[in-house]
Design a protein. Structure first.
Length: 288
């Protein structure tokens, strides 16, 4: 990218000093200024514009692999190294994760359901495995708690609830939303950690009524529910850590927009071939 100077008198002094430091002639510098951009430079300028647009579209969550794939879909012949270099040059990168605290109290071993998942994260059809978790949301008016239910195959958030408490009703509300949106067959696995909300009698009755089999992470195994925790990490690094909500109502509104309008319909996932959950589901339906 070329230098642009505004104040002519001051700029002449800067140009002279710069040429002296670099052992260049002023005439040579001005000749370079008048020369047209090379094809490579022109291409980089266009790519930088596209990179910024894709980065903003992804709310700062996309790294160079996702941006590179998106550019290829737009018809640009680029490789990952070039995009990574341009991103470093303009100072943008995917947001870094922060740690966040757990919000659930574990149930006793004898109350827990068996672990049916056993770290099998490769599900090829929707509505075969749902995973659920709960996280906290900080606002100036106090804590909120977000419960989500995610389809393991398509990564789509099929149910969610935002509450100001950690009672089991939040998990039931999220489950009812998911059931109202999806057509399921008996045998669907509902997997979660061992939070006490998930052993509530009324919650388990809803599962039983709909032919859903409950599964819970093994004691001390932090990987079984890793996909649900990964979603929360993505949510927080890309969205929640950029601002602090002033009111609970503001948090509810923006979380709904993030989940329903951005995450499910827009956000690209490398595990889905860089498609959004909704786009991936549509693709699966055409192949069925």
């Amino acid at each position: 990218m070329r230098y642009e100077f505004v104040d002519r008198h001051h700029d002449r002094w800067k140009i002279s000093r710069m040429c002296g430091l670099l052992n260049l002639s002023r005439s040579g510098f001005y000749a370079w200024r008048r020369s047209p951009l090379s094809l490579r430079e022109t291409g980089n300028e266009e790519l930088i514009v596209q990179i910024r647009e894709i980065y903003e579209e992804g709310k700062g969550e996309y790294g160079s692999p996702t941006i590179c794939q998106t550019l290829r879909e737009k018809g640009f012949m680029v490789n990952h190294k070039r995009i990574a270099r341009l991103m470093r040059g303009i100072g943008i990168r995917a947001k870094v994760r922060r740690r966040f605290k757990h919000t659930t109290v574990r149930c006793k071993d004898h109350d827990a359901s068996p672990n049916l998942l056993n770290q099998n994260f490769h599900i090829d059809k929707p509505n075969r495995v749902w995973i659920s978790d709960i996280t906290y949301i900080d606002t100036a008016e106090g804590w909120l708690y977000l419960t989500t239910i995610e389809d393991m195959c398509t990564r789509r958030i099929v149910g969610h609830a935002i509450t100001d408490n950690l009672r089991a009703t939040a998990v039931m509300d999220a489950l009812r939303m998911a059931l109202s949106r999806r057509v399921i067959i008996p045998g669907l696995i509902f997997h979660s950690d061992r939070g006490k909300q998930y052993i509530d009698h009324d919650f388990r009755e809803i599962l039983k009524k709909n032919g859903i089999i409950q599964s819970m992470s093994s004691t001390g195994n932090c990987y079984d529910n890793a996909m649900a925790e990964s979603f929360f990490a993505t949510l927080k690094k890309g969205h929640l850590f950029r601002e602090r909500f002033q009111t609970k109502e503001e948090a509810r509104r923006k979380l709904f927009e993030y989940l329903e309008l951005f995450y499910n319909r827009v956000r690209r996932h490398s595990a889905l071939g860089y498609k959004s959950p909704v786009a991936f589901e549509i693709e699966l339906s055409t192949l069925a």
